[in-house]
Design a binder for this molecule. Structure first.
Ligand code: ATP
Ligand code: MG
Length: 399
């Protein structure tokens, strides 16, 4: 076995010593079998949340109603979820109530796809009642049991299927595709936040263009915020080599293709319930991208954008222009690094200096003067040191 499973083995042992069953489950086992990097391990156990809390001294209630307890052990944290079924589904959404059970197999049975329904014990033996291993070897996405039933229980699973196409480059098995094509409208019942999680994973996956083409072909996009009737814009997105873009850059590219700016971009992103900070970041990226498409970077744009935005905008620019060579990203970041100042705090005079020199108290003039100094330093009119700035200002005030 490998990390991070190895470090988690003692957690399973403690549960077993207390008389319960415990296994690694879900995405971590799947990714392990795929030789992919594993971020964190999911643990499933026959112990109820209360019982889990009795076994470990440090726990946090993160989702007791779903059976999940966070356990802190050896300075690592682990999400431990009680075996459960989801008997009663309401309105094609997640179940209203979950029932805790003692059977691993039943727990695996409620999971979405066979590749996600494999358990691994602490010796590394697989418990795989639905042939998930085979599905992984064959690279297919197949629901546990009838796809029609499973998608009706929770319509989000249809989006999850497409995001796994993007992340894993697997294909959907034919019954899964048929059911999906038929049941897509049920996605109307799903909370935007849950859709966003899957959509962002889809946008960031290595096989993202294939996944987006599935969204288009199945009409799934019509059930996503702000995308109804936008087919031709999504098709435009497919014409770009966007695989190297990160999630923020993908949102920006999407907005660019949709021809949305300013307030329209804002309401689109808010429709997806993106956090305000991310909305601002994307808007900022779009604004500099618009400039970049008009002209080369100016010193002032580089300075106000900062290195992260420069990188994102330049990447997007190259994608839009179909240029594969990425050298210009390093070039513009280097130009930024060599600017006389990279942020306001690097100016070698302060507001206090100015007040002293002019023997004036604070006011709007102070901000204006600092702004002029900043600009003059950036364009090379004055060197960034105390004496030069002072002399330059005195000279300016004489003119
Ligand atoms: P990732 O690597 O992106 O975290 P994951 O497979 O671990 O992928 P999660 O959303 O973290 O996905 O879910 C963990 C596990 O819970 C899944 O592997 C699957 O077994 C189960 N699961 C998650 N969502 C659903 C759902 N909507 N219906 C049924 N089972 C689900
Ligand atoms: Mg996971």
């Amino acid at each position: 076995m490998i990390e991070p499973f190895l470090s988690a083995v003692p957690v399973l042992m403690k549960l077993e010593e207390a008389g319960y069953e415990a296994y690694f489950v879900g995405g971590s086992v799947r990714d392990f079998l795929l030789n992919k990097q594993i971020s964190d391990v999911d643990i499933a156990t026959s112990a109820t949340p209360e019982e889990v809390k009795r076994v470990f001294s440090r726990t946090v209630d993160v989702g007791i109603e779903h059976g999940t307890v966070l356990v802190i052990y050896n300075n690592e944290s682990y999400e431990i979820t009680t075996f459960r079924t989801e008997a009663e589904y309401l309105d094609f959404r997640r179940p209203k109530e979950v029932a805790f059970i003692r059977s691993l197999k039943e727990d695996l049975q409620r999971r979405d796809f066979t590749m996600n329904a494999i358990a691994m014990d602490r010796q590394g033996n697989l418990i795989d009642p639905f042939n998930g291993r085979l599905a992984i070897d064959e690279k297919v996405i197949k629901t546990v049991g009838s796809a029609l039933e499973r998608f009706q229980e929770d319509a989000l699973r249809m989006m999850r299927a497409v995001r796994f196409v993007s992340q894993l480059s697997f294909v959907m098995e034919s019954q899964t595709v048929t059911a999906l094509t038929k049941l897509i409208p049920l996605l109307d019942n799903i909370a935007v936040e849950r859709k966003r999680t899957e959509f962002e994973k889809l946008l960031a996956g290595q096989n993202r263009k294939k996944a987006i083409s599935i969204l288009i072909d199945t009409d799934l996009f019509s059930y996503l915020p702000g995308l109804k009737n936008q087919k031709k814009f999504l098709e435009l997105l497919l014409t770009y080599h966007c695989e190297k873009l990160n999630i923020k850059e993908m949102w920006s590219l999407l907005l660019f293709c949709l021809e949305l700016k300013n307030r329209d971009a804002d309401s689109f992103l808010r429709g997806w319930r993106l956090p305000v900070k991310e909305v601002r970041d994307i808007q900022n990226t779009l604004a500099y991208l618009a400039k970049r498409l008009e002209h080369e970077w100016t010193v002032y744009d580089l300075y106000t954008a900062g290195p992260d935005t420069i990188q994102s905008v330049e990447k997007l620019y190259l994608v839009l222009k179909g240029i594969e060579e990425m050298e210009s990203i390093h070039y513009w970041k280097k130009v930024f690094q060599e600017l006389p100042i990279r942020e306001r705090s690097e100016i070698n005079v302060t507001g206090n200096d100015l007040m002293q020199w002019f023997n004036k108290s604070g006011g709007p003039w102070l901000k204006e003067t600092l702004f002029e100094i900043e600009h003059a330093i950036l364009i090379g009119k004055v060197a960034n040191n105390y004496q030069d700035i002072k002399e330059w200002l005195v000279e300016c005030s004489r003119n």
